[in-house]
Design a protein. Sequence first.
Length: 317
Amino acid sequence: MIRHILTKLLHAVITLLLSAFVVFLGVRALPGDPALALAGEEADPATVAAVRRSLGLDQPVLTQFGHFLANMVRGDFGTSIRTGTPVIDLIAATLPVTLWLSAYAIVIAVLIGIVAGTVAALYRGKWPEWVANLFSLGGLSIPHFWLGLLAILYLAVTLNWFPASGYVAVTENPLRALYYLTLPAVILGTALAAVVARQTRSSMIETLGADYVRTARAKGLSRRSVLGNYVLRNSLIVVVTIIGLQLGGLISGAVVTERIFGLPGFGKLTLDSVFTRDYPVIQAVVVIITAGYVLINLAVDVVYSLLNPRIRVGGEA
């Protein structure tokens, strides 16, 4: 098991380094000159050159990447070209918003998805299964931005049930923060809820036909006990894996949701940095998202190996 974890950790480090290099090159392939944007369109060439030299853009690409890696290891992502603020401060101010939104979306998605998947598995061929399948299909098919706009139009503007935009920090007023985050979290978690529902249904149908479930029924255990202690409990192993793999997608997918609902999160920071060609911020944002993906996948792989003893570790059963 230790060998398996160390191998996965090595793969994660290699993936992160390669991703950082691709991001570094991709950012520099963006059209436009950040030095010219910072100095101004009417600046003379000497001023633009001085700005480029101060940003280190006049050095070879590999040298710039080496400095970037060295600073990244120390937690220094540089200074924003647009605002002059340290990038780490911008991340510290915006990342908690996205993390709270993603966590809230996961809770909503898991609750709705498990209930819908359980209903669909227990009532196969009946109208509850059709409703659950329709919900899953809609959650996977409807674009988030369109669903978010409809939610704002009807639930926020017409019915005035939720605020159309705005944000309150969880540390300031938790209840009011949940009130402001509920509608964006529901929209963000729709696709995840659909995936969880489909996976729960498939896993429960497979588990219901297992030998140990039939043995539990033959022993006279109640239907509720069999479903709770045997069927649902064993079916959640797959669901845990799906949730872990989707968490990184939620963090990166929050870009559109935050933009629609005006949340000052990681997504807004990403879009603003792309529009202004703010190299240090773009690099830091993408590297952090990539690191989140890698670490989450690593954690899910390890947890899944612990939960399921049938997983082969290091070539041994």
